[in-house]
Design a protein around this ligand. Structure first.
Ligand code: GLU
Length: 450
């Protein structure tokens, strides 16, 4: 807890702010005369570990930026605002919920979006209550009535099929309580897997279920957390579709977010804020601050009278295996001997493996273990009729994964195997489009992606 009105500022920046009678929480206008640059925002606390000579401000769009103080920098107070702050964090007033707005439930599972910077240590720690949310993005009170709760506080690399089951159950409970949309905040690393899992587990959705994350934590300069969260709530509250989707930054210029179908989305960049892309399809929509622009007519419509079906069981004995030159069949033998129930291969090109794998694949299928083929090309569709390798694998009984993402095929196979271990039924279900994971057509416009 601190009462320091310039928490985290030291040296030159502290002197500069003091001499201009500025405190954390004040609304200021900063000008750089030589560059003809002006910016307005709220002065934020500064990490004790951060470099001296900068002022950190929160812009109206929710972003924090650091501004270097140069000899032509002029600062003026616009308004004394948000004077209350605790432990180095500003505590703005919590907006009053407006009656009549759509009801949105926000379920937090962890990851960067649910993290805050501890200004004493610079460390990022997970925390998200509905109060934290309004503090971070008060504008969401204008579009929805929010109820927020923390389900897990984990990094998404630690998610398991058990977590998918629990999240799906929790979402179903909220939908049955009458919410108009659900937002699930999630780490970005495996958000695509959870999105696919919820797409299969939550059938006949009446309202949208939106996964959202952030590449940079909410109190960092240039965080994407605020815009992503705002856009996710907007989609949950207002979008015309009722599907499981991912909402994340669509461009680096921060002007819109994209809405991706949960079975067709992939994290394609380690650090860029526009890391998520729709693969082998068109994104469903773009979300701007004031509107949702539909990019596709192919979606299930929102309909609150529809009865949700929950099928949230997953078999955790499924393997996703990348094929590579020089790979040997002993790995597949090991998987079979270890009691796994299914294998998804991320094959080369149109859906191939080295022929050295054929005997082990044949044995796996003979022993009742389905083998599904996807492609490490990521874009495009499996076609195992072109080359003799593909035809041979088909004759062994390998199931072609059409245009499914390898991760989606992995999640789907574990969902299917929780229902049946009968090879013919598994094949039939894997080849049936259940949640938009198989697109009957592959259009030229899908690549390169939007
Ligand atoms: N690796 C962590 C996760 O996926 C943090 C990264 C993030 O949230 O984007 O949960």
């Amino acid at each position: 807890m601190t009462e320091d009105p310039l928490f985290g500022y030291r040296g030159y920046a502290r002197t500069f702010l003091m001499s201009n009678n500025i405190k954390i929480g004040d609304r200021v206008r900063i000008k750089k005369l030589k560059e003809n640059f002006t910016v307005e925002g709220i002065v934020m606390p500064r990490s004790l570990l951060a470099e001296d000579g900068f002022i950190e401000i929160k812009l109206d769009n929710g972003y924090n930026i650091g501004i270097r103080i140069t000899d032509d920098t002029v600062i003026e107070k616009v308004k004394e605002e948000r004077k209350e702050f605790k432990g180095g964090l500003i505590v703005p007033e919590i907006p009053k919920p407006r009656p009549g707005l759509p009801k949105v439930s926000i379920i937090s599972t962890g990851g960067t979006i649910a993290s805050k910077v501890d200004y004493r240590t610079g460390a990022v720690y997970p925390a998200l209550t509905s109060e934290d949310l309004y503090r971070a993005v008060p504008e969401i009170a204008n579009i929805a009535c929010i109820e927020a709760e923390v389900l897990f506080s984990i990094f998404s690399e630690n998610m398991t099929p058990k977590h998918w089951e629990i999240i799906a159950q929790h979402v179903a409970d909220k939908i049955n309580k009458g919410f108009d949309g659900i937002v699930v905040t999630h780490g970005t690393d495996t958000m695509g897997y959870t999105a696919a899992a919820l797409s299969f587990a939550l059938q006949d959705l009446p309202v949208p279920v939106v996964l959202v994350g952030a590449q940079r934590s909410s109190d960092r300069p240039s965080s994407d957390a605020a815009i992503n969260l705002y856009s996710a709530v907007k989609v949950a509250a207002e979008a015309p579709f009722a599907e499981v989707v991912v909402v994340m930054h669509g461009s680096i210029s921060d002007d819109y977010c994209l809405v991706h179908r949960g079975t067709k989305v992939r994290k394609m960049h380690t650090s860029r804020r526009d890391a998520f892309r729709t693969v082998n399809d068109t994104p469903l929509a773009r979300v701007y601050r004031d509107r949702i622009e539909m990019l596709s007519n192919n979606y299930k419509h929102r309909d609150k009278s529809r009865r949700l079906k929950l099928k949230n069981k997953f078999d955790d004995k499924v393997v996703l295996l990348k094929v590579y030159p020089g790979m040997k069949g002993d790995i597949i033998d090991y998987i079979v001997d270890s009691g796994y129930h299914g294998i998804v291969l991320e094959g080369t090109g149109l859906g191939h493996t080295p022929e050295t794998l054929f005997p082990a694949i044949k044995r796996a299928i003979r022993e009742g273990i389905p083998v599904v083929m996807t492609s490490q090309c990521i874009w495009g569709r499996i076609n195992m009729n072109v080359y003799s390798t593909g035809r041979e694998l088909l004759s062994l009984g390998v199931i072609p994964g059409e245009d499914m993402l390898p991760e989606t095929a992995y999640v789907k196979l574990s969902w299917v195997l929780a229902q049946t271990r009968d090879l013919d039924k598994v094949r039939e279900l894997m080849l049936t489009n259940i949640a938009g994971e198989i697109n009957p057509r592959s259009l030229i416009s899908y690549y390169p992606p939007l």
